[in-house]
Design a protein around this ligand. Structure first.
Ligand code: NAP
Length: 462
């Protein structure tokens, strides 16, 4: 293939553009008003990055690349079409693929270069494959837990943390040995094997409820390993994209840990998410239930209503009915706002995305910290398929697994109405004392049809 230096300049220019688009993409995605531009910028950036790479002079033939592209697309298209509720596990799977790719490239580079590898390069290569390996298996475990192929509860054994620590230390020791003796080819696969095993053991003791934080942390590892690969392949684009991925994943994990009032070490070693034996079963305490007609009457008489959406609204795809409810109440002069908990649903921003899809004005979506002070002046807190994020045990019961997690203070509203299908617990698997309060009315039913019934009552039965 003819190679002219101008191509190299063109590639650099394309990479520069792609990097700028990745940065803009992250920036724009941080606000609902610009999020769509952010997605588009990311997509264009990725097309440019792939296009620029395909111009590279090192490519001798395109046959295998074409096969790879076709195979990747065959896997990628259905992955992009999963239900919104399955996005966390889908994301975990794409991290797994990315990390596997990084590990394979690192392995190929090692065998191509060994034993002529500088100390710096061998260190970076080791970081790349250790992080890549543990992210690959760790992400597969996380996806399996979220898809419920694997048990969600923490799988623990005695001395687990010590075993994990020893495994990690062994992998690092091997890396150091390889840096000093890069010709020891037989050690390299062993180091990867240990990293792969470490990834499994790292994630299985963590409960399903912590998987999103873990996934975002694995996202960060995948980014760091890609940045390391950038050094190995001498690609500035990979270094930039990897660093962006690594740092944004870390920031997101910190935000999520904060939202659950948990420290990183607690997430990683706390075996959180164990289902309480005493939770669901046991004494059936009395609750007050009501009909759609009752609920409509109470809402119509209210001045201030705060709607608290949760995972159940997502499952029922009730967001459009919720929009109708918002419209009909607003027309009647009721002030309706939405309280958004940072970990409501099953992924960060889950509720924002659904409510935006139903065209509910952004300025009606109020973050937890901002709205919590308003609950005492709220006539009705209407909870639609949310549970854990409203559980007052997080404030009051120091034995509760969610103790310390910031929650929406719905119990301070004058009347609380909860739409859910049964008395089943939410994601954390624990009972919610909110349901037994005198001021609470349980509205049993599917979120979409129940909200639809309330709207019908409010619209005069039409
Ligand atoms: P939740 O605690 O999981 O509760 C959801 C409730 O929705 C359930 O109690 C369920 O009760 C009800 N529900 C399910 N399907 C329904 C339907 N079709 N119609 C009406 N109700 C329905 O949800 P959440 O309050 O949103 O809290 C989120 C939880 O997930 C937290 O524990 C959080 O830590 C965790 N988490 C968050 C993320 C994130 O990043 N956002 C990711 C993973 C996990 P019934 O079965 O009785 O209907």
């Amino acid at each position: 293939m003819n190679y002219i230096p101008a191509t190299e300049h063109l590639i650099e220019l394309i990479y520069l553009l792609a990097s700028a688009l990745f940065i803009l993409s992250l920036k724009w995605m941080s606000s609902p008003t610009t999020a769509r531009h952010g997605i588009l910028a990311g997509e264009i950036g990725m097309v440019l990055a792939i296009g620029g790479t395909l111009l590279h002079h090192g490519i001798i033939e395109y046959k295998y690349i074409a096969i790879g592209l076709v195979l990747g697309s065959i896997i990628g298209v259905p992955l992009g079409r999963v239900a919104m509720t399955a996005v966390p596990q889908r994301t975990a799977l794409s991290h797994a693929f990315g990390a596997l790719c990084v590990t394979l490239v690192g392995t190929a580079e090692f065998y191509l270069r060994s034993p002529e590898i500088s100390k710096f390069m061998m260190s970076v290569l080791s970081v790349e494959v250790i992080l890549g390996g543990l992210t690959f298996t760790g992400s597969l475990m996380a996806a399996g837990k979220l898809q419920e192929i694997l048990p969600q509860r923490p799988l623990t054994f005695k001395g687990q943390n010590l075993v994990n620590l020893l495994l990690f230390a062994t992998a690092i020791a091997m890396a150091v040995f390889l840096v000093l003796n890069p010709g020891t080819k037989q050690l390299f696969p062993l180091m990867i094997l240990i990293a792969l095993g470490f990834g499994v053991l790292l994630v299985i003791p963590i409960g399903g409820a912590d998987m999103p934080t873990v996934i975002s942390l694995l996202n960060s590892y995948a980014g760091l390993s890609a940045a390391a690969m950038g050094f190995v392949l001498n690609s500035k684009l990979l270094i930039i994209a990897g660093a962006l991925d690594g740092s944004s994943g870390l920031i997101l994990s910190i935000i999520m840990s904060k939202a659950m009032n948990r420290s990183f070490t607690n997430v990683l070693f706390g075996a959180f998410g164990q289902v309480q034996a005493s939770a669901a079963a046991g004494e059936a305490k009395p609750v007050r239930s009501a009909t759609a007609e009752d609920a409509a009457a109470i809402l119509a008489a209210a001045n201030r209503v705060v709607i608290v959406p949760g995972y159940g609204m997502a499952v029922a795809q009730a967001q459009h009915k919720v929009r109708e409810l918002y419209d009909v109440l607003t027309k009647r002069g009721v002030d309706v706002r939405f309280a958004i908990h940072p970990v409501a649903g099953r992924m960060p921003g889950h509720m924002n995305v659904l409510l935006a899809e139903a065209d509910i004005p952004y300025d009606r979506l109020i973050e937890m910290d901002e709205i919590n002070g308003d609950f005492p002046q709220t006539d009705v807190a209407l909870i639609i398929g949310a549970n854990d994020v409203t559980n007052p045990a997080a404030r009051t019961d120091s034995t509760s697994p969610i103790y310390g997690m910031p929650i929406l203070d719905v119990d301070k509203a004058r009347t609380v109405m909860v739409i859910k299908r049964s008395m089943s617990p939410g994601f954390a698997g624990i009972d919610n004392p909110l349901y037994y309060l005198d001021k609470t009315l349980m509205l049993f039913g599917d979120a979409k049809s129940f909200v639809g019934n309330i709207v019908r009552e409010l619209s005069g039965g039409h």
